[in-house]
Ligand binder design. Structure first.
Ligand code: PMP
Length: 340
C-alpha cells in the first residue's frame, strides 16, 4: 500500500510543468511550479504548515489553541485546512475586496471569517494589524491560548520555501536552472526559493515580477519604496520590506501591468489547459521578460500560485473585465449555436 498518513503530507512536491507558449516565445525552457496542486490549491499551504509546525515547536501553539491570521485568502485557506487536520481553530481576517470564492472557501473550511474594509498598511485598521491585535487579545482570553501566524514578518514562512520549494526546484531541474522569478506577497516564496538556489549555485539569476500598485520594483531599481498604478491581482503587490523579503538576493526586477498578465492567463487556459489565478499571470509574464533578458537557451522557473476557479467572479467574469477595461477572451461570452 502507498498512502500519505494525512493531508499535511500531501503539501509540496508539486510538479514542474513546461509552459509551451512562453518557452517558444523566448527560446528558453520556461517551467511553472504547479503550486495550485497543493491540497488548499495554492502555494500558501507550505507557509501555513511551516508556521503552525514552528509555533508548536516553540510551544506557543498548544493543543486546543487558536490560530489567528490576516490574509488575502490563500494563507487563511491553508491555515484552516492545516488547523482542521491538527485540531486547531482558525480565525481569519480578510479585506472585503478579496474574491468571493476565497471567502466562501474559508467559510466552508470552518474558519471564523472576519471581513474588514481594505485600507493601506499605514492605517491601524489594516487587516494585518487588526489580526495582530485580535491574536494578542485572544492569547490572553482563550483557555488554550492563541497565536498570530503573522505570515508577513514570521520567517517560518520563508523557511518553508528554503526547505521545500527551493530544493524541489533544484532537484527537478537537476541543477540546470538559470533563472527563477516570481511576484511578492509576503516575499516568502521569492526570498526562500532564491536563498535555496543561490546557496547551490550563486549564478542563478533571481528576478522580481512586480504588479502595478506595488512598491518593490521601485525599491529594487532606485532604492525608493514608491507605488504607481493598480492591479486586479490578489495576494501580491507589497508596499514595504517585510521580514520575509528582507535580504532576498534579487538580481533583476520587472514591473508587469495587468494588460500584459491577463492575456497570458487566458492563453494558458485556452491552449495549455492550465487554469490559473492572476498572480500566476504576473509570474509567467515575468518569466518571459527574464527569458528575453537572459537570451535563448536558458531554463527559467516560475510559480503557478493558485487555481483560476478561485477568481471566477473577477478574472473570468466578462462584466467585471469590461468595467475595468481589461482584455477579455471571446469564449467567456460564447453561446452555443449547435442545435442538439
Ligand atoms: N499569489 C497568490 C495568489 C497568493 O495568495 C500569494 C500569497 N499572498 C502569492 C502569490 C505570493 O506568495 P508569497 O506570500 O510567498 O510572497
Amino acid at each position: 500500500m502507498t498512502f500519505k498518513p494525512d493531508i499535511l503530507a500531501a503539501i509540496g512536491n508539486t510538479p514542474l510543468i513546461k509552459l509551451r507558449h512562453a518557452s517558444k516565445l523566448t527560446g528558453c525552457t520556461i517551467l511553472g511550479k504547479a503550486e495550485f496542486m497543493n491540497p488548499g490549491q495554492s502555494v500558501k499551504d507550505r507557509a501555513a504548515l511551516f508556521i503552525v509546525q514552528d509555533a508548536i515547536k516553540r510551544g506557543t501553539l498548544r493543543p486546543g489553541g487558536v490560530i489567528v491570521e490576516g490574509t488575502a485568502g490563500n494563507t487563511g485557506i491553508g491555515l484552516a485546512l492545516v488547523g482542521n487536520a491538527m485540531g486547531f481553530r482558525t480565525i481569519i481576517v480578510v479585506p472585503e475586496t478579496q474574491s468571493q470564492e476565497k471567502k466562501d472557501m474559508l467559510r466552508l473550511a470552518g474558519a471564523e471569517l472576519i471581513e474588514v474594509p481594505a485600507v493601506p498598511y499605514a492605517n491601524p485598521n489594516n487587516y494585518v494589524k487588526v489580526s495582530g491585535r485580535l491574536a494578542e487579545r485572544l492569547a490572553a482570553s482563550e483557555p488554550n491560548g492563541a497565536i498570530w501566524a503573522n505570515q508577513f514578518d514570521n520567517v517560518a514562512n520563508r523557511q518553508g520555501h528554503i526547505e521545500t520549494t527551493g530544493p524541489e526546484i533544484w532537484e527537478q531541474t537537476e541543477g540546470k536552472i538559470d533563472g527563477f522569478i516570481c511576484a511578492v506577497g509576503t516575499g516568502g516564496t521569492l526570498a526562500g526559493v532564491a536563498l535555496a538556489l543561490k546557496e547551490r549555485n550563486p549564478k542563478v539569476t533571481i528576478g522580481l515580477a512586480d504588479p502595478m500598485g506595488a512598491a518593490l520594483y521601485s525599491y529594487f531599481t532606485t532604492g525608493e519604496l514608491k507605488a504607481t498604478g493598480s492591479s486586479i491581482t490578489e495576494g501580491i503587490g507589497q508596499g514595504r520590506i517585510t521580514k520575509n523579503i528582507e535580504g532576498a538576493p534579487i538580481d533583476v526586477a520587472f514591473q508587469i501591468p495587468d494588460e500584459e498578465a491577463l492575456p497570458i492567463i487566458f492563453d494558458l487556459l485556452q491552449h495549455e489547459g492550465l487554469c490559473l489565478g492572476g498572480s500566476s499571470g504576473i509570474n509567467v509574464a515575468g518569466a518571459i521578460r527574464l527569458g528575453r533578458h537572459l537570451g535563448p537557451g536558458h531554463t527559467i522557473v516560475t510559480v503557478l500560485c493558485d487555481y483560476g476557479t478561485r477568481y471566477q467572479s473577477k478574472l473570468f467574469n466578462p462584466d467585471f473585465l469590461r468595467t475595468k477595461n481589461l482584455p477579455m477572451p471571446e469564449w467567456l461570452e460564447r453561446k452555443s449555436t449547435i442545435d442538439p
